[in-house]
Design a protein around this ligand. Structure first.
Ligand code: ITT
Length: 205
């Protein structure tokens, strides 16, 4: 039986790893942008994570003709009025890199005390097909921006994001540990339930 293709519409290798890992075992053939639309890119213009995730999902869905999952995510720091927010990936423009983005957040927070270093990761996921949105999912996790980066795992702002419940930075967590508590992990668990039901409904017999 041919399995329905599900396009993971992101150019971010860290996201692809986490999403693939979490959705493994579902009766869908998971394909990446690099395989289906190599070199594709999308300019985000939305003011919210959800707006961006919607337009990315519809854009790549139209281009590929596939069931498409896109997500927009980022870090919101309370004391920075929610920055970097939807600009998370490009916060240290020009020539943004994860290391530069982390340094900028640390510089802006300076020596602000622990109580003023609260932050959260947010993830908006949107599943679409044939130009129609079929599911929107939100996930978030709260933590604290520590005074210095630590850890080598993950990507993006993981080295500066300290998660008090585990007393570790996200970049110190293994992939399954991060997935169990992260904004994306939460959203992916909800998505997995939805996709599993969808597969059952469309199964023959
Ligand atoms: P796509 O738009 O192609 O998906 P992108 O990296 O540009 O890739 P976003 O616009 O959603 O994606 O930006 C997300 C940024 O937020 C990402 O580059 C990281 O800097 C940060 N981020 C999101 N989730 C994160 C996580 O789990 N750990 C650390 N940083 C994260």
């Amino acid at each position: 039986m041919t399995r329905t293709k599900l396009l993971i519409a992101t150019t971010n290798a860290g996201k692809v790893r986490e999403i693939r890992r979490s959705l493994a075992g579902l009766p869908f053939e998971i394909v990446s942008l690099a395989e289906v639309l190599p070199g594709a890119s999308f300019r985000e213009k939305g003011k919210t994570f959800l707006e961006n995730a919607r337009s990315k999902s519809l854009h790549y869905g139209r281009k590929s003709g596939l069931l498409t999952l896109a997500e927009d995510s980022g870090l919101e720091v309370d004391a920075l009025d929610g920055a970097p927010g939807v600009h998370s990936a490009r916060f240290s423009r020009p020539g943004p890199t994860d290391a530069k983005n982390n340094r900028k957040v640390l510089r802006l927070l300076g020596d602000a005390p622990w109580k003023d270093r609260k932050a959260r990761f947010v993830c908006a996921m949107v599943l679409s097909r044939d130009g129609r949105i079929i599911r929107e999912i939100h996930g978030e996790v709260r933590g604290v921006i520590n005074f210095a980066p630590k850890g080598r795992n993950g990507f993006g702002y993981d080295p500066v994001f300290y998660y008090p419940r585990l007393r570790k930075h996200f970049a110190e967590l293994g992939p399954d540990e991060k997935n169990a508590v992260s904004h994306r992990g939460l959203a992916l668990r909800k998505l997995k339930t939805f996709l599993a039901r969808m597969a059952t409904r469309s199964a023959p017999g």
